[in-house]
Design a protein around this ligand. Structure first.
Ligand SMILES: [Zn+2]
Length: 262
């Protein structure tokens, strides 16, 4: 167990005094409980443990106050934009497109460099987490370190500081990541919160309303998905869109697979 005298895992300078750090941003995980009464979720693990939970995974003493604040700056910026897609008042903020059988939405008012830092912050935190629900997810140490270095460099305690420094971000790790969501949020959700690594380079996280596929070797991304690869510093953020039926069958298949393994 970590304690408050341990060093912060991001900056490696200050003490990791922060308690209750979310590993997955609250706005991306909390929906797992929506529309379910009494409020609970089932935490699936690779052990006998299958427990009812009332909140998404938190851990103590991973980060210092400043680094935790840096993560929250990324989350605030990105959650506002991602949530606009669910609000009809913002429908002019998006382009709807389809290329090679992939339907996707482009976000007009969304800095893709900040979006990349946000995605890295999720992937990195899940990878370094010691929590049992994320045991099956692990980047190779060298790839994990690339994300730590870039996250540390751009960690900002004020949104304006982030805006001022982000133009310096020109080179990203040679990774790929694509994200899908259903065309409409489904409530109660037909999905789960889970994370797993298939091999050294392919990693996947289910975030209730999003599925994030993360490759630490960008040459492995299949051509059809390259159009929605967001691991770049220019052009617009693109999110793959799937209809309700595809989303349900995809998620049911995965839930089924996990349960069978138990
Ligand atoms: Zn720190």
């Amino acid at each position: 167990m970590r304690n408050p005298t341990n060093i912060c895992l991001l900056c490696r300078e200050k003490n990791a005094s922060k308690r209750n750090s979310h590993i997955i941003p609250k706005f991306m995980g909390q929906g797992i409980f929506d529309g379910i009464k009494p409020r609970h979720g089932i935490m699936l693990t690779n052990t006998e443990k299958q427990s009812k939970i009332q909140d998404i995974t938190k851990e103590d003493y991973l980060f210092c106050e400043d680094c935790e604040k840096g993560f929250s700056i990324l989350e605030t910026y990105c959650s506002q934009r991602l949530e606009q897609y669910n609000n009809v008042n913002y429908s002019n903020q998006f382009y709807h497109k389809a290329t090679g059988g992939i339907e996707y939405v482009e976000f007009k008012n969304f800095d893709i460099r900040i979006f990349n830092l946000f995605i890295y912050s999720i992937i990195w935190r899940v990878s370094i987490s010691n929590h049992y629900s994320f045991q099956k997810f692990k980047l190779q140490i060298a790839e994990e370190e690339k994300l730590r270095v870039i996250l540390k460099q751009y960690s900002s305690s004020k949104q304006n500081d982030l805006f001022n420094s982000i133009s310096n971000l020109k080179i990203l790790p040679e990774h790929s990541h694509v994200i899908f969501r259903p065309v409409k949020k489904l409530r109660p959700p037909v999905s789960m919160l889970s994370a797993g690594s298939y091999n050294d380079w392919m990693h996947q996280i289910h975030l209730v309303d999003y599925v994030l596929i993360y490759l630490t070797d960008n040459s492995q991304l299949i051509n059809e998905l390259r159009i929605i690869d967001n691991n770049r510093v220019e052009n617009l953020v693109r999110i793959g869109i799937v209809d309700k039926e595809s989303w349900e069958s995809f998620n049911f298949k995965m839930i089924d697979n996990v349960l069978r393994k138990e």
